[in-house]
Write a protein that binds this ligand. Sequence first.
Ligand code: G6Q
Length: 539
Amino acid sequence: MSKLTEMMEWLDLGAHYNDLKDVHLRELFGKDLERTNNMSIEACGLFLDYSKNRIQDDTVGKLVALAEACGMKDAVKAMFSGRKINESEDRAVLHIALRNRRNNAIEVDGENVMPGVNSVLERMANFANEVRAGTWKGYTGRQILNVVNIGIGGSDLGPAMACEALKPFSKREITVRFVSNVDSTHFAEATRDLNPEETLFVVASKTFTTQETMTNAQTARQWVLDSMKDEEAVARHFVAVSTNADEVAKFGINTELMFEFWDWVGGRYSVWSAIGLPLMLSIGPLNFMTLLEGAHAMDCHFEEAPLWENMPVVMGLLSVWYNNFFGAHTHAVLPYDQYLHRFAAHLQQLDMESNGKSVGKDGEPVDCETGPVIWGEPGTNGQHAFYQLMHQGTRLIPADFIGFCKTHNNLSDHHDKLMANFIAQTEALAFGKTADEVKADGTEGTLVAQKTFEGNRPTNTILAEELNPFTLGALVALYEHRVYVQGVIWGVNSFDQWGVQLGKVLASKVLDEIQAGDDAKLDHDSSTNGLIRRVREGK
Ligand code: G6Q
């Protein structure tokens, strides 16, 4: 395959961009009254209106042509069939198997992974049912009322986001907390009002060697022992989620209380696996299965729908359109639902760790920009903070607006107001306010320019009836596949994360130096040496 930016389809998009770059959404909407009907997709309980994008009726066709030329269909097939598409780690990429509710065989190295997936789900469900029913008791015979997940990155963000998102479906008697940061403050604050006798720790780590998680887990172990003064208590207050049985046993957790997953589950794609245990403890096995159903529905859509009607494909391609042709550096994700307040944080890892690459799968430097910076906050808070820059700043920030017709908390007219803002913002971003409209309000002089909104700021709107386990499953899977679509276009491996390694290695050297206190051995640059000395002296 030729270099991406030399491909005919890429060059065609470049020319198309030149034709379109100065065309305003006002004009595009004005000349096509059917625009929204033609530029929307409905699937898996989600409605995507992508008409407020800077595209014409032939733009998606051109983007799809690029996707086809980049082998999109084969790439999708390769993932679903269990091929080792994570080549740098020689692994299959099968988060889709974790939610494969139709249960067809998916083979890795000649072995069907589905019996293993189903059996872990069953063990998780049995355990969750016992804890939720109060029949799983702590060491002193007390019921478990608190679950504290200890994990970081992919072993934290997904379940933490989903526990918040699905709070209305949770068993409120059980408090679920997440400790990720190696900063002792995180552990101390998360546990300060908890009774150890009523607390279950889920130590979630694929490798079971991650410094932050192991440090927090040891502190938790000591916290339990300080209270119950018997090693036997560990077995009643700790379970593990890991791929590494040896390390789990070394920690002192009975491997019968280890919920396994596999090397073909990437951390940031693992909420559907045993990493979702704290979520299952919170919302119960049935709701957890419904979450998997929602994700599976999106998987089927992604696998089967034609590329131009395929929600993750169209969203991924639009993101390429802005990233590579309009030069947009960031992409905002703006959920108009307080329960999704951790959604952008999860997507940030999902997208930026997956596509933050400057070398392609072939080991050669990529010849275009890759993953954008993903960020966001729930509406309407963002409107009173950073939307100013989105409306009137010099940068183009494509944004996804996510909202729900129904609320779980029907208090007076809050929800109508929330949704009015949700809709009004995309209208304002697209159409702005012209200088003539500003003058017509009686504004004069230099204020006219300052009160003018250029508009032409692109958005996607994703609307669903209600935020529930099914829609959340579909929504998260939508973004997972969107990431893959972009990775395929850019030719990067979206499933490895070598960039995390260097900091880890250096931190372990600096840790020794902070603790050893031997000035003669400091062999870094002057800045690093100086900072180490200062921390040592000031601690
Ligand atoms: C995710 C990454 C990374 C990982 C954490 C935790 O895709 O690989 O965020 O999840 O570093 O790793 P462990 O689960 O092995 O502790």
